[in-house]
Design a protein around this ligand. Structure first.
Ligand code: M3P
Ligand code: FE
Length: 371
């Protein structure tokens, strides 16, 4: 069967204690393991493998890698051959490179993001078990997220130079790992530039998505909730816990998902996402969003542009790769209370007057509004 689903995301966090508090008290995950290097491993209640999020201590926010689980060890050998035949170098990491995890294939997507594939991770089960299970366990905290659902990666897109890592990643995933394209945004004259794609291996509308931007980065990781009511309750939890909400509960046109975007204390964007929307099938025709309806696709109700949503994300690269000048919302600078930090960057040339240039690239931790 090959790739089954997203397996885990490894995130960089700047304050481990605050990050653990966020992922446990807001998302409702449980810490299942810690290692000697200070990495913390967590799982959601409805996941049966040992972990789906790794928090690694760092002086900046961002993502180390995203890993997908394949069905069988032999799938790894077959996929390795296909990825190499495509022209991408694959490194095989031995069992135990990550605790409780079997051997992994490690490679770079055309966008330079690190992706890993593995077949084996320690089974720990769920609290409700597998025999006559209750529908949910007691003592759920926060949003009570079911599972890590998908990741959205920002990929370099520059029509002037012809760079389109969204299209390259999409082609790579389809040809080497049998992902199929579910939705896409086409922009530019004649709508020929593939500016964003949503791809799946399961029957959910996406297991991974790519959106074009000035630099490679991580836009968000997303956690699954059952219903619109759960999304609303998750927002209540966020307000109670003084989490920086980016976009309050609404619906995507793209994928039909019901959503909230918010930031962890380091500035990594999270999403809670409900509603399967529809069953994605391999023979489902691809849904296309045109440039004039892009924002209706992103936020279906208002269809209004929210520039911060596409311009603010954590970069994948180190400081030396940052553009000269970071931009962030001026409102956030002015109203800062010093309680939250965000690792933000944009191309900085937004005509939106709420943006202003910052000349320092020495520290990427920009203060944003506390609440
Ligand atoms: C989703 C989703 C962007 C659209 C995001 C959509 C960043 O996150 O889950 O469908 O433009
Ligand atoms: Fe999402």
């Amino acid at each position: 069967m090959g790739v089954m689903r997203i397996g885990h995301a490894s995130l960089k966090v700047m304050d481990m204690q605050a990050a653990v508090k966020h992922y446990t008290e807001v998302l409702g995950m449980k810490v299942t393991m810690e290692d000697k290097s200070g990495n913390v491993y967590l799982k959601c209640w409805d996941e049966w493998d040992r972990y789906s999020v790794i928090l690694t201590p760092s002086d900046q926010a961002g993502m180390n890698h995203v890993a997908y689980k394949v069905e069988k060890e032999s799938d790894l050998d077959a996929l390795k051959a296909r990825i190499e035949a495509y022209g991408v170098k694959v490194t095989e990491l031995p069992e135990g490179t990550l605790p409780a995890t079997g051997r992994m294939l490690q490679f770079k997507l055309p966008s330079s993001h690190e992706m890993r594939l593995y077949a084996t991770k320690e089974y720990v089960g769920t609290e409700v078990g597998t025999t006559n299970p209750d529908p949910w366990p007691d003592n759920l905290t926060g949003a009570g997220a079911h599972w890590l659902d998908h990741a959205l990666l920002m990929c370099e897109l520059n029509p002037e130079t012809g760079v389109n890592k969204v299209a390259e990643n999409t082609d790579f995933l389809i040809k080497t790992m049998d992902f199929y394209l579910v939705e896409q945004v086409m922009v530019g004259p004649g709508g020929v530039i593939q500016a964003a794609t949503w791809l799946t291996r399961t029957n959910t509308p996406h297991d991974i998505a790519f959106v074009g931007g000035p630099k490679a980065g991580i836009h968000h990781i997303s956690f699954f909730l059952d219903s619109w009511h759960d999304v609303l309750k998750a927002a209540d939890v966020m307000s109670k816990k003084k989490v920086k909400i980016d976009v309050a509960p609404t619906r995507h046109g793209i994928t039909r998902g019901e959503t909230i975007y918010f930031f962890d204390p380091s500035g990594n964007r999270n999403e809670t996402f409900a509603g399967l929307g529809y069953l994605a099938q391999p023979d489902r025709p691809v849904t296309t969003w045109t440039e004039d309806k892009l924002w209706t696709g992103i936020f279906y109700h208002t269809g209004d542009a929210v520039p911060s949503f596409t311009d603010v994300y954590t970069l994948f690269f180190q400081a030396c790769d940052l553009p000269v000048g970071l931009a962030l919302r001026e409102a956030d600078c002015c109203e800062k209370s010093g309680t939250t930090e965000i690792n933000a960057a944009s191309n900085g040339d937004s005509s939106d007057c709420r943006y202003r240039q910052l000349n320092s690239i020495s520290r990427r931790c920009l203060l944003i509004r506390g609440r």
